[in-house]
Design a protein around this ligand. Structure first.
Ligand code: FES
Length: 141
């Protein structure tokens, strides 16, 4: 693992469960790596593929998305739509020459502060092992 590499990680959180998990973590004084940047979206199902791909094109080393557990999405099945979208984005990343594992989806409930923090730390470690986004050094895109 490259210890000097500090990946830029975008963490999209739905405003109900994912953000709730981050707030619970904060309330309990749990910390996550400072290079993991949380972004709130209304529902993971409303998160456009374009925004996710743009994050990679603009230099994100990894993207993680957390929404409500099955049956808990406040917009019926946005979490399932997001999960399907992630599967499609993985194949697009592969086409672009990026490792599909640079994007994760994980359910996080409002009260799961530890799960939120563990996901951020685990993904950060994983991306550190994977190395920088190869698009950063390519000039043909
Ligand atoms: S509101 Fe949380 S995933 Fe839809």
């Amino acid at each position: 693992m490259n210890d000097s590499f500090k990946p830029k990680i975008i963490y999209f959180l739905c405003s109900w469960c994912g953000t709730g998990g981050s707030e619970t973590a904060s309330a309990f004084g749990l910390h996550y790596p400072e290079n993991v940047l949380p972004f709130r979206v209304n529902c993971t199902g409303s998160l456009s593929t374009v925004y996710i791909l743009r994050a990679f094109l603009e230099g994100a080393d990894g993207v993680v998305i957390s929404g409500c557990h099955p049956g808990d999405c406040h917009y019926n099945n946005g979490n399932f739509r997001a999960r399907r979208r992630v599967a499609i984005i993985k194949s697009i990343l592969d086409t672009l020459g990026l490792e599909p594992e640079r994007i994760w989806f994980r359910y996080v409930a409002h009260g799961e502060g530890k799960r939120f923090v563990d996901t951020a730390a685990e993904f950060n470690d994983y991306i550190k092992k994977l190395g920088p986004n190869p698009l950063k050094t390519r000039r043909d895109i």
